[in-house]
Design a protein around this ligand. Sequence first.
Ligand code: PMP
Length: 429
Amino acid sequence: MSTYADLSAAELDTLRAQLEEEYAGYKAKGLKLNMARGKPAAAQLDLSMPMLDILSSDADYKSADGTDCRNYGVVDGLPEAKEFMASMLDDEAENVIVFGNASLNIMYDAVARCWMFGTLGSTPWGRLDTVKWICPVPGYDRHFGVTEAFGIEMITVPMLADGPDMDEVERLVAEDESVKGIWCVPKYSNPGGVTYSDEVVERLANMECAADDFRIFWDNAYCVHHLYDDVADQDHLMDIGDACIEAGNPDRYFKFASTSKVTFPGAGIAAMAASPENVADIKKRMGVQTIGHDKLNQLRHVRFLRDAEGLARHMAKHAAIVRPKFELVCEKLEAGLAETGCGSWSNPRGGYFVSFDAPAGTAKRIVGLAKEAGVVMTGAGATYPYKNDPADSNIRIAPTLPPLEELEAAMDVFVCCVKLAAVEDLLEA
Ligand code: PMP
């Protein structure tokens, strides 16, 4: 079959009529399906239910060092929780601070601290005329929401197959001291599923920055979220901490992770790792903010997941639920679109998303058509700062929440919408 771009106007007209009929059929079904946010399915949440019963007797409320976790105190996390989160953060327990229920607010607070107080004695960013930030695109909409909220000027850099375009990143940080940070989702990125190569990690650690207080915000949200159990089928990421120490820039990174998609989103534990100097600076500020986070939840998590091996076993159960959904999405895209030439997509080995690039200028139309037919997608443009995808092309597909049958129905609608929007676009051209 020829791609749509090769068809004559008459052939496209016929195709449009067929696709409109197919689309009307979906609309008539009154579907109510959602592929908008990266939420675990109920079956995944069920995996962690035993954790809620883990603290059932008086003795269970004490941490390994005898702390009564029902009471105030321990600002930076229980020793065993630091140990556990260190395994997710690829760091040493002493460099870890365990916070509360989720990592996004830690990232917000990290920006806010630099904004109000500076970092390691630097001028508070809020006192500067301009603060700029590097945003690899497509990227995570809530990251962009944080930097936008502070009035930080976001500069986009393309994500390539092995991480951000480092030629661009190096140029930007070298020439402009108002560039203070970069958002990174270094493993199974949101939405592209990209894992940064060793070369990219090393270049980030080594690059010459005009700003001494430049920080890499290393959001390793999907560090243990593999789709496949065999280590050979998993992505591997070089540790940014080691790379920065090696490069002589030990204070350059803030690492973040959480158990949001391990146990319960919004009711997990979240943590940060950084250099001893950064950790001391952060603790000084947060000691004013809080007497301590939820230690009972820290204890529940450690007792339930135990250690890196326990975590890997638990994540394999998630993968068994999630993997068929990702495979279904990719199969549907392949079967429905490969021959048409309408778009390209990622085939990730982990994380929570498939990134779809529609023919330029059609993403908004596709998401609108899908919505009208009862299928809610992430808004077109959401994967770019200011919700502005200049090519109007990228669409984030989040396959985890719907059960398989619903996902299958939703993908049929999506594929039809992509084809219809592509044909309309070609006819208008
Ligand atoms: N970072 C990334 C890259 C994410 O995709 C998400 C969830 N969609 C989060 C952070 C949010 O994590 P948390 O629940 O720990 O705030």
